[in-house]
Design a binder for this molecule. Sequence first.
Ligand code: MN
Length: 225
Amino acid sequence: MNMWWFITTLAITAFICNSPAYAYDNNPLQDICVAVNDSQAAVFVNGKICKDPKFATANDFFASGLNVSGTAVPGSGAAAKFLTVDNIPGLNTLGISIGRIDLEPQGLAPLHTHPRATELITVLEGTLYVGFLVPDRANFFKSRLFSKILYPGDVFVFPIGLIHFQFNVGNKKATYLTAFNSQNPGFIFIPNSIFGSNPPIPDDVLTQGFQLSKTQITELRRKFS
Ligand code: MN
């Protein structure tokens, strides 16, 4: 084998193996890095631009309002409030955020993933049926459902990137706090992403992909757009 060819191949392989496939929050490289929209007098590190530390105040690290439910999501019986770097600028580069979700009886946080965060929930009130899907190592086309009934005081973890849900199976409101190891966990709601995209995914891709008729795909688009 030609030596230069071998070295080049090795170099390319090493480069590919070291390339990150996903972007994660980095560990902070400074004591504080308060997000600021004014690019004057700012230093770019990662995430958002940092406010000059001499202008930072306690309020940059503060938020209130998790004692009440958040914005209702129409048709889902769910209300959500998330405090990320967009609400608490002092979270910038710290790799953490929090939220509160309230579900009416039969209310659902539908199948979704957080591309940048593991989620940890703590039930304050009510009874939840929760679960996440783990790809089957023996067959990529199958998955295992890890599910559990949760009561007040219970804690459950949804590993990063995996599809999960929370469903209120009790007869009264359920409330839980949710923590993420990202300042910006991201939200991908599976049905809405697929059937509510703009522009729409072509019919042939959806009919074949889901083994459904064109009429059924049209109906799903109507429900999730
Ligand atoms: Mn979630």
